[in-house]
Design a protein around this ligand. Structure first.
Ligand code: HEM
Length: 456
């Protein structure tokens, strides 16, 4: 089983074997769906059978990530978490976040102007601030560590304990059980990620300084309820944490991919800037109301999601019962993956030359939306944060490119140095840290950035 850049191997299998591929790893059945037809049939039409998750001995039992609805089995406990999240993240609910997204994106412009070399840090800060509406960088760092750990541990086959669950009982000191020590270290980040922000909001509520937030509104509602299940507070804490987890690193990594694409594909950058200048007249900063007039800008963030999807192999769904599709038997408990990376490169859906970063492909009729082709996952488990995420991506791309040029760095002789990076392996994939130059496009852009209110 591939442990690095695994989606490349699975794409090769897809080309070799067709719409469905199967691997048996120590008795674990892994099924890869390599066509839109297959994905639709299993994840949408037969969704009641393909919405479960596997047990995750490493991530859940040893590392303690069971609080995240992402890893919960299909059932009432998952449904309660999903409902709590949906309540605040359905398409009309996310309208409420737009002023916050605008406010923190404008702050991002100022940060980029002040210390452009720290662009990754600034993007991370902004995404975290949008989610938390706060400056709580320690929590963002904890979340980052926890998610990196989950990303590493989530690769199918990375840890043998996922294939041989009895191994979780091996004591840490036994030679070959170093995964137990690793899990113990990671467990602390993962539990802190849920506990610390929740305790912080509760403390603020107790001393009357809490801002309205997911946690505070749900806790207030709970306090006022005549009846609530004993574990209702647990659901609020878990859901708040998963929102933080989902929101603090996913958008960040997609934006880091976008910035890289701008360095590598300068013609795209110019086209977005022309569109933005035409609509905004160089006078004001972008607003969400401009979206309808900025199709190429929208196409650019969508292309970032397609060109290198954040979750290249999706998150595996598990089959609840035995099933048969086109004569292929899928056993109960099989882990079923939508082969997103491969599907997002299908020329029938996205036009020619799908290795190239080309938002122009979405300007042609009949092109698929990456968000509905695997970039946000599938069926009943599809990403519940997707509406908010797309808004964050749009406003960041529009605001950054209206005001900055993103170019390669230069060496001492003035020659351009292309960024050095690799794609990270694991459940999440994004470029490793790289360098580029981010400079205001003009004096006017600089004044525009600096003249927006300094306080956010
Ligand atoms: C560009 C940003 C994002 C991308 C590319 C993304 C992608 C994904 C993918 C591929 C899945 C797996 C779906 C499946 O199992 O089929 C997922 C699940 C999930 N995402 Fe996102 N996501 C993003 C942003 C967010 C945000 C902002 C939040 C929270 C505010 C969030 C919260 C979640 C949660 C809670 C799940 C688990 C759903 C479940 O298991 O039922 N995501 N996301």
């Amino acid at each position: 089983m591939p442990k690095y850049l695994e989606w490349k191997t699975y794409a090769k299998y897809a080309k070799q074997y067709g719409e469905i591929t199967y691997l048996n790893v120590f008795g674990t059945h892994l099924v890869f769906l390599n066509s839109r037809r297959m994905v639709h049939e299993l994840f949408e039409r037969r969704s009641s059978n393909y919405s479960d998750r596997t047990t995750f001995p490493m991530i859940v039992d040893l590392m303690g990530f069971g609080w995240a609805l992402t890893f919960q089995g299909y059932g009432e406990w998952w449904r309660r978490h999903r409902r709590a999240m949906h309540d605040k993240f359905h398409p009309s609910a996310v309208e409420a976040y737009k002023p916050i997204q605008i406010k923190h994106t404008r702050d991002l412009l100022r940060r980029l102007h002040k210390a452009p070399e720290d662009f990754i840090k600034h993007i991370r800060h902004t995404a975290g601030a949008i989610i938390m509406e706060s400056e709580n960088d320690p929590y963002i760092l904890t979340a980052e560590k926890a998610l990196n750990a989950a990303g590493e541990a989530g690769v199918p086959g990375r840890f043998t304990v996922d294939m041989l669950p009895w191994m979780k009982y091996i004591p840490e000191w036994v030679p070959g059980a170093s995964f137990k020590k690793q899990a113990r270290i990671w467990r602390k980040y993962i539990l802190d990620m849920a506990d610390l922000p929740f305790e912080h909001v509760k403390a603020q509520m107790a001393n009357g300084t809490a801002q309205p937030s997911f946690t505070s509104t749900h806790l207030e509602r709970l306090a006022a309820a005549k009846y609530a299940p004993a574990d209702a507070e647990q659901v609020i804490k878990n859901t708040a944490a998963v929102i933080f987890a989902g929101g603090s690193d996913t958008t960040v990594k997609t934006l880091i991919t976008f910035v890289l694409a701008m360095v590598l594909f300068p013609d795209v950058q110019k086209k977005v800037q022309e569109e933005l200048d035409g609509v905004l007249g160089g006078v004001r900063l972008p607003e969400f109301e401009d979206m309808a007039a900025l199709p190429y800008t929208i196409a650019t963030y969508k292309e970032a999601m397609r060109w290198h999807p954040l979750v290249p192999m999706g998150v595996a769904h598990a089959a609840t019962q035995d099933d048969v599709i086109d004569g292929y038997f899928i056993p109960k408990g099989a882990l079923v993956f939508g082969n997103s990376w491969f599907l997002l490169r299908e020329e029938a859906d996205f036009g020619p030359d799908t290795e190239k970063f080309d938002p122009g492909r979405f300007m042609e009729p009949g092109r698929r939306d990456p968000g509905q082709t695997g970039a946000f996952g599938y069926g009943r488990r599809v990403c519940p944060g997707r509406y908010m995420a797309e808004n964050s991506l749009f406003i960041a791309v529009a605001s950054i490119l209206q005001n900055f040029d993103i170019t390669p760095t230069r060496d001492s002789s003035g020659k351009e140095v292309m960024p050095e990076y690799e794609w990270t392996s694991g459940f999440f994939s994004s470029p490793t840290d790289y360098q580029c130059t981010i400079k205001p496009r003009s004096k006017v852009a600089e004044e525009r950035i600096l003249s927006t209110p300094a306080e956010v």
